[in-house]
Design a protein around this ligand. Structure first.
Ligand SMILES: [Zn+2]
Length: 310
C-alpha cells in the first residue's frame, strides 16, 4: 500500500477515535433537588437532580409510582400547580420515609426483602473497588435463567474506572437485551479499612463527605449514559441514623439484604440476595451458581417489584 494511503487511513482512524471520545457527555454541577411536576400524560413525576450535560440544563426525573428514572430537559418542564397531596401518598415517598426512618445500630439498615409475598427472588450484586477481574460466569448463569435477566447492580465509581472493559461488557449485555439492570449507587470511593470498627468504617469513616461520595458516583454514571435508580447500597451494609437522614434528603432508598450468600444466609421467597461480582468473594458466587443448579426454574424479579402496591 502506498505510504500516502497508509497515512490517510491512520488519520481517519485517529479522527474516529477522537469522535468516539467526544461522544462521552460532560456532566457538571449535579445537585440534589426535589421538585414535583405533572408530565404530559398528567402523571406526577419528581425531579430529584439537576445538572448540566454539555451545557444544557437537565434533570433526573423519577416516577414515584414505578420507581423508574429518566433524564429530561429542564426547559420542557413546568413546575406550576402541583399540590403536596398529589405526591405525598405515592409509593416512592411512602417507601423513602419507611426505610430511612432512624433505627439503632449500624448493620443492614433499609429494605432487606420484598414487602409482599413474591413468587421470586431479587438478585443484587455489589461491584466494590477491586484489583481482580469480575465474575462473568455469574452474569452468564443468571442470563441462562431467561433473558432479559433482572439484576440490581450496586456499582462504585472506582470499580468502573479500573474495569472499563468489564463495565462495557455489562453495558453491552444490557443494551442487547440479555440483562435488565437496576443501577444502584454504591458510593464513589467505597472507603474501607479492615482494621476499623464498623461504626468508624465505610461511609462512617471520619472525614468522609457522604453527599460528595453519592453525587460523584452519579456524575460518573450519567457520563457513561447510565441513569441511576433511586436506590443506594451502603458499602459493607454499614450506616447509622445520620446517614439514613442524609440519604432521605437525596431521595434514595437504602437497599440491604437478607440473603448474603457468602455469610451462609439462605434465599427464600422475596429475598434480596447479595453477592459480590468483583472477584473478591468467590464463595458467594459458588453458592449462587449452586443455588441456580439446585433450584431449576428459579425466578428473578426487578427490584421495583419488591414494593407493595397501594
Ligand atoms: Zn461494597
Amino acid at each position: 500500500m502506498p505510504k500516502k494511503n497508509l497515512i490517510a487511513i491512520t488519520l481517519l482512524f485517529l479522527a474516529f477515535a477522537f469522535v468516539d471520545i467526544s461522544l462521552a457527555a460532560t456532566i457538571a454541577n449535579l445537585s440534589p433537588v426535589f421538585k414535583p411536576y405533572r408530565d404530559a400524560n398528567k402523571g406526577i413525576k419528581i425531579a430529584i437532580r439537576s445538572f448540566e450535560e454539555d451545557g444544557h440544563a437537565r434533570l433526573v426525573s423519577l416516577d414515584p409510582e414505578t420507581f423508574t428514572t429518566e433524564v429530561v430537559d429542564e426547559g420542557a418542564i413546568s413546575f406550576a400547580d402541583v399540590k403536596t397531596t398529589e405526591w405525598k401518598g405515592t409509593r416512592f415517598i411512602h417507601a423513602l420515609h419507611k426505610y430511612t426512618a432512624p433505627v439503632a445500630g449500624f448493620e443492614n439498615q433499609g429494605m432487606r426483602s420484598a414487602e409482599v409475598k413474591k413468587g421470586g427472588l431479587f438478585l443484587t450484586m455489589d461491584l466494590c473497588p477491586s484489583t481482580k477481574g469480575f465474575d462473568r460466569d455469574a452474569f452468564e448463569a443468571t442470563e441462562a435463567l431467561g433473558t432479559p435477566a433482572p439484576i440490581a447492580i450496586a456499582v462504585s465509581g472506582l470499580w468502573i474506572e479500573r474495569h472499563r472493559e468489564e463495565f462495557d461488557w455489562i453495558r453491552r449485555e444490557e443494551s442487547e437485551g440479555r440483562l435488565a439492570i437496576t443501577w444502584m449507587n454504591h458510593s464513589y470511593s467505597h472507603p474501607f479499612d479492615r482494621l476499623r470498627e464498623p461504626k468508624e468504617n465505610f461511609l462512617l469513616t471520619p472525614g468522609v463527605d457522604f453527599e460528595d461520595e453519592v453525587l460523584r458516583n452519579e456524575t460518573l454514571l450519567l457520563e457513561n449514559g447510565v441513569t441511576p435508580a433511586p436506590f443506594f447500597r451502603f458499602p459493607g451494609l454499614i450506616s447509622d441514623a445520620s446517614l439514613l437522614e442524609k440519604l432521605k434528603a437525596l431521595s434514595l432508598i437504602p437497599i440491604g439484604a437478607n440473603a448474603w450468600l457468602a455469610k451462609g444466609e439462605r434465599p427464600r421467597n422475596g429475598s434480596f440476595i447479595l453477592v459480590h461480582g468483583n472477584g473478591n468473594e468467590e464463595g458467594g458466587i459458588e453458592k449462587l451458581l449452586k443455588f441456580y443448579g439446585e433450584n431449576k426454574g428459579v425466578r428473578l424479579l426487578p427490584l421495583k417489584e419488591a414494593f407493595e402496591r397501594k
